[in-house]
Design a protein around this ligand. Structure first.
Ligand SMILES: [Fe+2]
Length: 373
């Protein structure tokens, strides 16, 4: 079993200060129904809306939040629309990993100067609640990063969105985005590592010590980029030769190229969160029972009861700084593409590399059931 090591990320160059995740926007085929799943299954609450009823003629967007997490689900209302084409190509998928910055114009200027492709030049949007600065650049596939400068803004999301005045869901205990993972083509991982180093001043977190074991079972190569404070973490995967067809290849095949594989969200009580999600109908990857035979030996003493982890299928891993608990949902749409992770960190700053063997055995069983292995 691999023993992951986590290095302290270096201080990112301060030309690109990041204040945190702002929102994750998904382009979907039917935002009204998707919103229902994110609310009723994942425990999000509807915070704002924009669409025909609010004067937007070509699309509908539902803004959902839980803890500090904000998801925006957007659909087009007609075929002849960029969003419709995106959904035809990729299925329901993440379009925008938006980052909060102190100065969107400066972030954009720095990024483009350092080689990023422009998607939207800096612009200012306003309503009676104040103004927000926005600018966007391209990353892998058709995914973009929007820089959001919102210090002056006191509205619920962005100008043009109407707040929803409805009772809030108590939620399932999801607190914040931990990391967003990109899948890229074979041989392209290092290109995108260099992109985040150059454009964002991020540094690579070295977290594999036994690459051979990891790739044999995961059939992927992975590197993780982090900002200087470790708030924003972008793992990048590419397929590798493994025992079976790589799940990354399957993703690229069905997604139609590179894109976001999973979004990990933190909780401070994963047992309660997974119980609640399960009760709401969310389905998780099955963990083989044999995984729990040696998990206590591998991970050691934890605050939780291993019986609860086994009952719910929660994975555990330890690195030099502590331990973490994690679990992965099944894919969130029919295409075997985007899924979600729930993670509870007790000091550990890794990504559960020690779970690769057990996790990817579980993923391969799902892949085989779809006839793609
Ligand atoms: Fe993850």
């Amino acid at each position: 079993m691999a023993h992951p090591q986590t290095e302290v990320p270096g201080q990112a160059a301060d030309f690109m200060p990041l204040e945190g995740w702002d929102h994750v926007e998904l382009f979907v085929g039917n935002a009204k129904q998707a919103a229902y799943w994110y609310e009723h299954a994942l425990g999000f609450s509807r915070a704002a809306y924009a669409g025909p009823e609010t004067g937007v003629r070509d699309r509908a967007s539902y803004v959902l939040d839980q803890g500090e997490i904000r998801f925006v689900l957007t659909t087009a209302l007609r075929e002849a629309h960029e969003i419709s084409h995106h959904v035809a190509r990729h299925g329901d998928s993440v379009k925008d990993i938006a980052l909060r910055v102190p100065d969107a114009t400066e972030a954009y200027r720095q990024a483009v100067q350092r080689g990023a492709r422009s998607v939207a030049e800096p612009h200012w949007v306003e309503d009676e609640h104040g103004g927000v600065g926005l600018a966007s650049i391209a990353t892998y596939g058709d995914v973009v990063h929007t820089f959001v400068e919102r210090h002056e803004y006191v509205g619920v999301y962005l100008p043009g969105y109407e707040p929803i005045d409805a009772p809030r869901d108590p939620g399932v205990g999801l607190l914040a985005v931990d990391h967003c993972v990109g899948n890229v083509e074979l041989g392209r991982m290092n290109h995108w590592v260099a992109f985040y180093e150059q454009v964002f001043g991020m540094t690579e977190m070295l977290h594999f010590t036994d690459e051979e074991i990891s790739t044999e079972y995961s059939a992927l190569m992975s590197k993780v980029l982090s900002d200087g404070q470790g708030k924003i973490k972008f793992p990048i995967n590419e397929p590798a030769e493994g025992k079976r067809k790589s799940q990354i290849e399957e993703y690229l095949d069905f997604h139609g190229g590179p894109g976001v594989q999973h979004v990990a969200m933190t909780t401070d009580s994963i047992v309660r969160t997974v119980e609640e999600l399960t009760a709401r109908g969310v389905r998780f990857l099955n963990t083989p029972g044999a995984y729990y035979d040696d998990v206590a030996d591998r991970v050691g003493a934890i605050e939780e009861d291993y019986a609860d982890l086994a009952r719910l299928g929660i994975l555990a891993d330890r690195d030099d700084d502590g331990y973490l608990l994690q679990i992965f949902t099944k894919t969130a749409q029919d295409r075997p593409t985007l899924f979600f992770e729930v993670i509870e960190r007790h000091g550990a700053r890794g990504f559960g590399d020690g779970n690769f063997k057990a996790l990817f055995e579980a993923i391969e069983r799902e892949q085989a059931a779809r006839g793609n292995l």
